[in-house]
Design a protein around this ligand. Structure first.
Ligand code: G3P
Ligand code: CA
Length: 296
């Protein structure tokens, strides 16, 4: 069992400390998506609205997703927990304190209580001088609402709540949406993703925390050996990505989506390294530096 925060941070710190690169830029993998293929598993230059665009709009809300879709992003990224009566809700933290006018763990609230919260109350872009979305009726979103609102959009759904497991509840929402072929399920928790893969072998998943730690040991093509990736999508901390690692991942057929890249130079550097997707809290900025060929 891996504690994702701690283990991943250690692994990334180690990976960065031991970064080496030939300096030669990797060539992007020339591959086009087959008809009906999940864009996240084949596309390139994917603009991924992290939490819907947390720096620009109240995170994980319908409003953020609407603005990101209007902007023309390729993928919407959300994090999910469940209320005590089993509603799958889009929110990043265990607690509702940072993003709403309420307090306490989301898993101790009912869906009825959650719907009364102001999910725009804490959003600010000027260090707390103003709160432009406070009192404007912005609500937390249920996963099913977002999927229903954007049936054409690819989603990355990251399961944050580990205990009790909410895998069955999340899979029920995905099944009901009819959008399984557009969705990737992510989690840093190994047991959670193992449960997802066992229950829905055809659903695309990213690599879990322990799997990421193993993959980061591959620093170049020479390190591949007998390694077989347990999934073909690496949602990667961008600091760990080098030209040599990209060559190895391309050889293994692994798509690489980096997080969370909010600086323009870093975004440009990631595209020049040939990553397939970039997650950003600032989708307008990312879109402005992103090539338009999506590999479809
Ligand atoms: O899936 C990876 C990325 O979303 C991690 O960022 O904001 O969920 O901690 P965060
Ligand atoms: Ca996330």
């Amino acid at each position: 069992m891996f504690r994702p925060g701690v283990v991943l941070l250690l692994a990334v710190a180690f990976a960065i400390a031991s970064c080496s690169s030939s300096g030669e830029q990797p060539q992007p993998v020339e591959r086009r998506c087959a008809t009906g293929e999940n864009l996240q598993m084949c596309g390139k230059n994917l603009v991924i609205a992290h939490r819907g665009g947390a720096k620009v709009w109240p995170e994980e809300t319908l409003l953020a997703m609407q603005e990101s879709v209007k902007l023309g992003v390729d993928v919407l990224e959300v994090d999910v927990h469940a209320t005590k009566d089993g509603k799958v809700v889009c929110t990043h933290d265990d607690l509702i304190d940072r993003t709403t006018d309420g307090t306490g763990p989301i898993k101790e609230k009912t869906w009825a209580e959650v719907q009364l919260l102001d999910a725009g109350a804490k959003f600010t872009t000027d260090g707390g001088k103003t709160f432009p979305y406070k009192g404007k009726g912005i609500k937390m979103a249920a996963l099913e609402e977002l999927l229903r609102a954007f049936p054409q959009m690819p989603f990355s759904v990251e399961i944050k709540q580990v205990r009790p497991s909410i895998v069955d509840a999340v899979l029920a929402v995905i099944d009901a949406s009819g959008m399984a072929d557009k969705i990737v399920v992510a989690s840093f928790d190994d047991d959670t993703l193992r449960e997802v893969r066992t229950k829905r072998p055809n659903l695309a998943t990213s690599l879990a925390g322990g799997e990421i730690v193993k993959l980061l040991q591959i620093k170049s093509e020479e390190d591949i050996g007998a390694y077989v990736p347990p999934a073909k999508l690496f949602q990667a901390p961008y600091e760990a990505i080098t030209a040599d690692r990209m060559k190895a991942y391309n050889k293994l057929g692994i798509r690489v989506h980096v997080w969370t890249v909010d600086d323009k130079e870093d975004q440009q550097r990631m595209w020049s390294l040939g990553v397939h997707g970039v997650m950003s809290d600032d989708p307008p900025l990312l879109k402005s530096v992103t090539p338009t060929d999506k590999g479809r």
